[in-house]
Design a protein. Structure first.
Length: 210
């Protein structure tokens, strides 16, 4: 009767316990880190877009001040009146602001799309926020650089029976939304037209069992 021989060599090392989640946990951790970095980069890009678009509101304000029609006023020494009671200059002021803002909205969207074609949602948000800030900046800049806002003091300064210009006024405040709305619509159109869509993966079917 033979006795089974016990191997004299060292025992094989026991496998190290796997961390919770196994190899996928490490992969998920790496994916989470990359996701955080991508998100931070996207937010910074959106902030840069918002600041750049908002700064371009200076151009809108100067163009509005230059192209908007003037509303003539006249004073008799006691009160101030419209020189042309049936004039349409006030409507033209709002119209010029809306047209200029819409045009610059289209241009800014095209430039942003060209520079940050794969910027993501943050770029679109930055474009919209920058458009609103640009419109506000242009409005206040045009009023500030335009005719004096104190009409009575201006009338006393020029004297009675003298024609002077009314301060720039934006009566239709909805014109402030022309820039962001046209910018977002243009960016959406360019994205849908020129950015190729990723192919949809084919569904995986289980192997056919005989």
């Amino acid at each position: 009767m033979t006795v089974p021989m016990t191997p004299s060599g060292p025992y094989p090392p026991e496998p190290a316990p796997e961390s919770p989640g196994g190899p996928m946990a490490y992969a998920d951790g790496r994916r989470g880190g990359n996701l955080g970095g991508d998100l931070g980069r996207e937010v910074r890009t959106g902030a840069v877009v918002a600041v750049a678009v908002a700064a371009s509101g200076v151009l809108l304000g100067l163009l509005w001040l230059w192209l908007a029609p003037r509303v003539p006023l006249i004073s008799d020494g006691r009160a101030v009146y419209l020189k042309d009671g049936e004039g349409e200059q006030a409507i033209g002021i709002d119209g010029w602001f809306t047209l200029l803002a819409a045009g610059l909205g289209v241009v800014s969207a095209a430039v942003v799309f060209w520079c940050f074609r794969r910027g993501g949602v943050a770029v679109v948000v930055g474009l919209a926020v920058g458009g609103v800030l640009a419109s506000l900046l242009a409005w206040r800049l045009g009023v500030w650089l335009g005719p004096p806002t104190d009409v009575e003091a201006h009338a006393r300064e020029v004297g009675p029976n003298k024609v002077f210009d009314q301060p720039l006024k934006l009566q239709a405040k909805a014109a402030l939304l022309a820039w962001p709305m046209l910018a977002m619509a243009t960016h959406l159109f360019l994205t849908a037209t020129f950015v190729p869509r990723e192919p949809t993966p084919a569904p995986a079917f289980p192997p056919h069992q005989k």
